[in-house]
Design a protein around this ligand. Structure first.
Ligand code: BES
Ligand code: MN
Ligand code: ZN
Length: 506
């Protein structure tokens, strides 16, 4: 999709679809101009009541008199006094899907600088580009015959009042489509079944990215080196699989040389059978999505590289396949982690924390400014937060607040849970330094408490996206979450480093 800006009279624009806003009972500013030129055709439509102007309502009018555009789409934004980010996001997604149902190849969108409280038109145009690019996403790689009637929309223009507005809008559109590119990559990786998407496949995807972007370098730690490094926990997870485990390290250098990076670390279990502690068959197929944390890291690295953010970012993927076999790890086995701490593996299905703990120890040598790990770690987080919020845990309040803020602004929200010392005792083991599972309660918290034992030397947060990274059921699909949150977080850090001071939080 091509995005650009345009000024001048929208009435004369030869576009396939002119998009205008309706704020409750009122036409938006550009809509009023068009209304005049069309001898009040829009006012009459409004009066008939087919569109009430609620947020997310759309109505398409063809051949409006006095207007050069083939179609005029009215987009409801609701009462402007009640407009918030969620409502505007909903409206822009509705706009994208309504456009997708037409055969329009071009559109001119006139948002009249509308923005939710605390944001400006830049936010709205970023969200517009993200919504448009995301709405055309489909995963058809596994079909024998790809379905016909793909999306038709090719060029989208945005009306800008003056040169400054045009520049801001243009930057915002670039940011939104870069975000969508990362999101779509994360979705593709998540949706690819486990017979194709193996740890080796993820490593190849990361290497491919480094070929595209000059500032990105990918290296892969193979099992032999993991053994030399003492990564007994990571290695124990892939022990039953024929697929070699991989620790993928992506270094993005956009900031000053020697500047400490922000690290993101993803769980990349390409299939989680549970191992010898085998999962039930009912929804085991969903465990193709158990690498969505890793996918969000690779997708975020793509967006960061595309945007050429002026910071250093370290993207790490800890990848293995969790299978039962004669060589698999047994319940009761004790392994030694790279940190030197030992773990009694009571349940081989609690494998995410085992691959992550060694990856989190490994990255300490980069002396990262902050570390965020992303993992489909526990079923318990789905019970706690459902599909709406990602679980957030942190050993640093400032970092937690920055991530919550990034989630709110990007409409990809997280919610914080505690990792108090009180919970640590449930990980006690009679023989080893710790067990890999806690008691029956607070499964997401005890999982995070396990990780906390490996992240004491830096500012760290953990995102449990088991409920948000994919949708279940017949419409099951990877969502790409939390790529929007991570990209927002890193863009905020980039803005902060440009200003030389922390961004003030609202
Ligand atoms: N990958 C699962 C977590 C998961 C469950 C993700 C459901 C998405 C949907 C993880 O490896 C796992 O199996 N966790 C166990 C931990 C338990 C054995 C302590 C769980 O949540 O049941
Ligand atoms: Mn598991
Ligand atoms: Zn898992």
């Amino acid at each position: 999709m091509q995005f650009s800006t345009r000024s001048g009279n929208p009435v004369r624009a030869r576009t396939h679809c002119l998009v205008l806003t309706v704020l409750g009972d009122y036409l938006g500013a550009t809509a009023r101009e068009v209304d005049k030129a069309s001898k009040r055709a829009l006012s009459r439509v409004l009066k008939r009541g087919d569109i009430e102007g609620k947020a997310g309502q759309t109505l398409i009018l063809h051949d409006v008199p006095g207007v050069a555009a083939q179609r005029v789409m009215l987009l409801g934004l609701g009462d402007p006094k009640k407009l918030d980010a969620a409502k505007l996001g909903t409206a822009l997604r509705a706009l994208a899907s309504a456009l997708g149902r037409t055969r329009a190849k071009s559109a001119l969108v006139c948002l009249d600088g509308v923005a939710p409280p605390g944001e400006d038109a830049e936010w709205s145009h970023t969200m517009l580009a993200e919504a448009l690019e995301s709405s055309t996403y489909r995963y058809d790689d596994m079909r024998g015959t790809p379905p016909a009637n793909g999306p038709t929309l090719e060029t989208v223009e945005v009306l800008a009042a003056d040169r400054d507005a045009a520049q801001t809008a243009s930057d915002a559109l670039t940011a939104g489509s870069a975000l969508a590119a990362g999101l779509n990559l994360a979705k593709d990786l998540g949706n690819t079944p486990a017979n194709i998407c193996t740890p080796t496949y993820l490593a190849t995807a990361a290497r491919d990215l480094a070929r595209t972007y000059q500032r990105l370098k990918t290296t892969v730690v193979e099992e032999k080196e993991m053994r030399e490094l003492g990564m007994g926990a990571l290695l124990s997870v892939g022990a039953g699989s024929n697929e070699p485990s991989k620790l993928v390290v992506m270094e993005y250098k956009g900031g000053p040389k020697g500047d400490a990076p922000h690290a993101i670390v993803g769980k990349g279990i390409t299939f989680d059978t549970g191992g010898i502690s085998l999962k039930g068959p009912a929804t085991m197929y969903e465990m193709i999505y158990d690498m969505c944390g890793a996918a969000s890291v690779i997708g975020t690295m793509k967006t960061v590289a595309e945007l050429e953010l002026p910071i250093n970012v370290l993207g790490v993927v800890a990848s293995a396949e969790n299978m039962p076999s004669a060589s698999a790890t047994r319940p009761g086995d004790v392994v030694k982690t790279m940190s030197g701490q030992t773990v009694e593996i009571l349940n081989t299905d609690a494998e995410g924390r085992l691959v992550l703990c060694d990856a989190l120890t490994y990255i300490a040598k980069y002396e990262p400014k902050t570390v965020v790990d992303i993992a489909t770690l526990t079923g318990a987080i789905v019970t706690a937060l459902g599909a709406h919020a990602t679980g957030l845990f942190a050993n640093d309040d400032g970092l937690a607040d920055d991530l919550l803020d990034a989630g709110t602004r990007s409409l990809d929200r997280a919610w914080r849970l505690p990792i108090w010392e009180d919970y640590q005792s449930s990980l006690r083991s009679p023989s080893a330094d710790m067990a890999n599972v806690g008691g029956p309660g607070a499964g997401s918290i005890t999982a995070a408490c396990f990780l906390a034992r490996f992240t004491k030397s830096y500012r760290w947060a953990h995102l449990d996206c088991a409920g948000t990274a994919y949708r279940s059921g017949t419409a099951r699909a990877s969502t790409g979450r939390p790529v929007p949150l991570l990209v927002q977080y890193l863009r905020d850090r980039a803005a902060e480093s440009a200003e030389g001071q922390p961004r003030t939080r609202r």
